[in-house]
Design a protein around this ligand. Structure first.
Ligand SMILES: Cc1cc2nc3c(=O)[nH]c(=O)nc-3n(C[C@H](O)[C@H](O)[C@H](O)COP(=O)(O)OP(=O)(O)OC[C@H]3O[C@@H](n4cnc5c(N)ncnc54)[C@H](O)[C@@H]3O)c2cc1C
Length: 415
């Protein structure tokens, strides 16, 4: 039997392989790396149904422009005269409006809620063999300025309007949640429905589980092209040879534009580079949080805590910009003055490329012009959050079943 080939062994590819395998398919996962450390392993691990606003939203353009003048700012588009980047930026600009946000909210909410429910099921099913370090304690959006307070409270009202829980916290409420150390904040919005887990525990477990279920992995194998005819791909071409395929699902993350090009169409995509590092958790931070002015994510795992952030729209360049890492580091004591922070050594700094579509929505569905090819990519800041839902939807489509969810806004050929 010819197999289904999943290209890209990040979290989207692995969850897709997981549900395909459950549906009884023979699956091959191909990845150009050794699948040890990648975008899906060192991120903040947050599962955030509260994040119903796409990156392309009103206000992002003006904020982005002002942030471009600071080397430590949380958002940065490289001002390079490169055609792909200019096209992407133009499409981003066109999407950053209220109409787009209103249209996107139900889509993001539905896939995130589906994913959260699937995570709960997944955790229960595998509780005996893996500890995902999953905490269902919500996400606290801390703010220090009146300007951001206004934005966050408006957002809390919007979230409630869409049926999500949101609580507005005073400094004394925050002190009760974080009894071990001072938190310098004017207030916070708490989203009790959010959660976080250890992305590397999840990723490593999935790899091990799938291998035990006879999913084949070809790591260190780069896909270079496709054999195609009559609207179908019949084989995947790699440096080491051709691999026959019955169906193909592309989950290539920030590199998905190149894969689409090999299939003969355009998929606007940019890598949104971010960094994270672990610190010993002293005095112990207990609550997952976002330091909103600096857009830094804080994910506590008992004795350790991960700080992550910055979004440099930078293609697929993976070099480390230490100034941006300093921006994350300096945020720690700005919000937690008593935290015993230590600037990480270079080898302790993790970097990842968020696959960013220009409208902030993922691409999930059939590849235009093909009957046996699908894409699952472009999840940007929310790939962990939306991974199980994406894998489940792709498996349904692959099996010829209609998805229970409206997928129009996620169409692969929408640009
Ligand atoms: C600082 C930071 C914090 C984040 N925090 C969160 C968070 O809290 N919650 C959340 O939901 N998300 C978060 N994210 C985003 C999340 O990490 C990503 O959305 C997610 O990891 C993307 O997964 P992916 O499978 O699409 O891509 P990837 O993990 O990048 O996987 C794609 C894979 O495809 C392979 N590939 C590409 N092209 C080819 C080819 N030609 N041949 C073979 N293989 C190929 C690549 O090698 C790669 O391994 C964060 C990201 C960053 C940077």
């Amino acid at each position: 039997m010819k197999s289904t080939i999943v290209i890209g062994g990040g979290i989207i590819g692995l969850f897709t392989a997981y549900y395909l395998n459950k549906a009884g398919r023979e699956v091959i996962v191909i990845d150009k790396t050794d699948m040890q450390v990648n975008t899906s392993t060192g991120n903040a691990g947050m599962i955030v149904p509260s994040h119903i606003i796409p990156l392309a939203a009103p206000g992002m353009i003006s904020k982005g422009i002002s942030w471009m003048f600071s080397s430590k700012s949380p958002f940065y588009i490289h001002p390079k005269l490169e055609r792909k980047l200019l096209e992407w930026s133009w499409l981003f600009y066109r999407s950053a409006n209220t109409k787009h946000v209103e249209k996107s909210i139900p889509y993001l909410k539905n896939i995130s809620l589906l994913s959260k429910a699937l995570y709960q099921e997944f955790r229960l099913e595998h509780a005996d063999v893996v500890d995902l370090e999953m905490a269902e304690k919500g996400l606290m959006m801390l703010y220090q300025t009146a300007e951001v307070e206004k934005e966050e409270i408006e957002f809390a009202h919007l979230a409630r309007h869409h049926g999500l829980e949101a609580e507005i916290l005073s400094p004394s409420d925050i002190a009760k949640i974080e009894p071990n150390l001072e938190v310098k904040a004017r207030g916070a919005v708490m989203f009790p429905g959010d959660a976080h887990l250890s992305p590397s525990s999840l990723y490593n477990f999935l790899k091990k589980y799938l291998a035990a279920k006879k999913v084949t992995f070809h790591s260190n194998v780069t896909v270079q092209g496709f054999e195609k005819s009559g609207g179908k791909v019949s084989a995947v071409i790699t440096k080491t040879g051709r691999i026959p395929a019955e169906k193909v699902i592309l989950c290539g993350g920030a590199w998905s534009a190149e894969l689409a090009q090999m299939l003969g169409f355009k998929l606007p995509m940019m890598g949104g580079k971010g960094y994270s590092f672990l610190q010993e958790n002293r005095p112990k931070i207990q609550q997952a949080a976002i330091l909103t002015e600096m857009k830094v994510a804080v994910s506590p795992y008992g004795g350790m805590v991960r700080f992550g952030g910055t979004m440099e729209i930078a293609g697929t360049d993976e070099s480390i910009n230490l100034n941006r890492v300093k921006g994350i580091f300096e945020s720690i004591n700005r919000y937690y003055p008593g935290f015993e922070s230590k600037f990480p050594d270079k080898e302790q700094i993790w970097k990842g490329l968020r696959p960013c579509s220009p409208d902030g929505l993922p691409y999930i569905g059939a590849a235009p012009g093909y009957q046996n090819v699908w894409f699952g990519t472009g999840h940007g800041m929310m790939g962990i959050s939306m991974a199980p839902g994406t894998g489940k939807i792709l498996t349904d489509l692959h099996q010829g079943h209609a998805s229970t969810m409206d997928l129009k806004a996620f169409e692969v050929g929408r640009f």
